[in-house]
Design a protein around this ligand. Structure first.
Ligand code: AMP
Length: 398
């Protein structure tokens, strides 16, 4: 069976077509600037690449163009739309309404649109727009919703609750949900495979360090705690997000900066993190170049990022009562030796010892072991593959 994976943003739509027998990516690409002048689709397939400079006023036109690219005479990989067995849609937030991957029915669509938008106002409406567009263009094809939050549904109450009035948690669903679940699920299960162990035998901390970053404690194959919270603003500082901050500082900043509360939240999402600390960039390549040239604030941003990540690793080792493996993944986790070294430095007391040469070796896209032979805790770099998890979950559901 072939599964189409769709990840829709407000003005973008990324896709992959995956053959589930071989788990090979047959085609992939993305529409950019949907609803904005100058929209285009970059499509790869059948050994070639094609750019479609075509007006895309909405997501429906975008998905029609994606299907045209999949059927294209030169770069196409299918002969008929019927070859697509199902579509898996990435959805960021589920709230407590969906615990696992869910087949779309009119009722499911209603819940998605009426209940979850306020939980992820930037992401979930875009996912629903992409879903509706696919349903219109491919009315007979089953659609599945795969949530970033599902892997975290196994967290115990003591881990996901905030210290607020319990009745308010019940009434409003204000609690930790966690994000990047498909990535944490994928890399933790790949780690077990790599180590030749059953997931049940392992205590793993997975560090998804990218533009958005989160750290998860995976005990026996199940998530028991994670750093992101009610929204993806929580946890460590990120590219432009502040990470955890005292709630009182929000009110204080609103007063001092003459902003509304929601403006401060936008500021904490868009203007803070390593970009705010460094004053230079949210991109770690720029921060490393800056620090090498002696920019102290770039160095400070890198230091804070590694320090905060390390604290999560240590606290999750305590939460699980042990640690067998640390996994680094995503743009920064896979590509930035200085960050990995900074995270591991100081964790020697837990039995973590890095192999400097292995850590500094260039990224070749494979799974790499970067701990020394003596290290009690295995440290691995595992490239993430969220699309494959979405495709697997969709196929399993069918
Ligand atoms: P992601 O959100 O997983 O795509 O990660 C994006 C971030 O990864 C970028 O903002 C960069 O900071 C970082 N990144 C990507 N490639 C590299 C690289 N070769 N070296 C250092 N950082 C990188």
């Amino acid at each position: 069976m072939k599964i189409l994976v769709v990840n829709a943003g407000s003005s973008s739509l990324k896709y992959q077509l995956i053959d589930m027998e071989t788990e090979k990516v047959l085609a992939k690409g993305g529409c950019e600037r949907i609803g904005i002048p100058g929209s285009l689709l970059k499509a790869k397939g059948n050994g070639g690449e094609k750019i479609y400079n075509q007006d895309m006023p909405d997501h429906k036109v975008a998905i029609e163009l994606v299907l045209a690219a999949l059927l294209d005479k030169e770069i196409g990989v299918i002969k008929s739309m019927d070859e697509i067995g199902a579509v898996g849609h990435r959805v960021v937030a589920s709230g407590e309404y969906f615990k696992k991957t869910t087949l779309v029915t009119p009722e499911v669509l209603k819940t998605l649109e009426e209940k979850t938008f306020e939980l992820a106002p930037l992401h979930n409406p875009a996912a629903a727009t992409g879903l509706r567009a696919c349903m219109e263009v491919m009315p007979k094809t089953p659609m599945a919703l795969v949530f970033d939050t599902s892997f975290h549904a196994t967290m115990p109450e003591k881990a996901y609750l905030y210290g607020i009035d319990y009745d308010d948690y019940k009434k409003y669903g204000v609690r930790k949900y966690g994000f990047h679940g498909t990535s944490h699920k994928f890399v933790s299960s790949e780690a077990a495979k790599y180590l030749g162990k059953k997931p049940e035998e392992l205590k793993i901390v997975t560090c998804h360090l990218g533009n958005g970053s989160s750290i998860t404690a995976v005990d026996g194959g199940k998530c028991v705690d994670t750093s992101m919270g009610f929204t993806p603003l929580a946890g460590i500082l990120m590219g432009t997000r502040s990470g955890d901050i005292d709630a009182s500082a929000v009110e204080f900043l609103a007063r001092k900066k003459g902003m509304s509360h929601s403006e401060v939240v936008t500021y904490l999402n868009k203007k803070c993190g390593v970009a705010g600390i460094s004053g230079v960039s949210s991109d770690f390549r720029d921060l490393i170049a800056g620090a090498e040239k002696g920019n102290e604030r770039c160095a400070l941003a890198l230091d804070m990022f590694a320090y905060q990540t390390k604290k999560y690793v240590g606290s999750y080792a305590a939460a699980m009562g042990g640690l067998d493996c640390i996994v680094f993944t995503a743009g920064i986790g896979e590509n930035t030796p200085t960050v990995r070294a900074g995270v591991c430095d100081g964790l020697q007391f837990l039995g973590v010892e890095l192999d400097e040469k292995a850590n500094n070796a260039p990224n070749d896209g494979s799974i790499r072991e970067i701990s020394s032979k003596r290290s009690k805790v295995k440290v691995l770099i595992i490239p993430t593959n969220e699309e494959l998890v979405i495709a697997r979950e969709t196929a399993e559901l069918l």
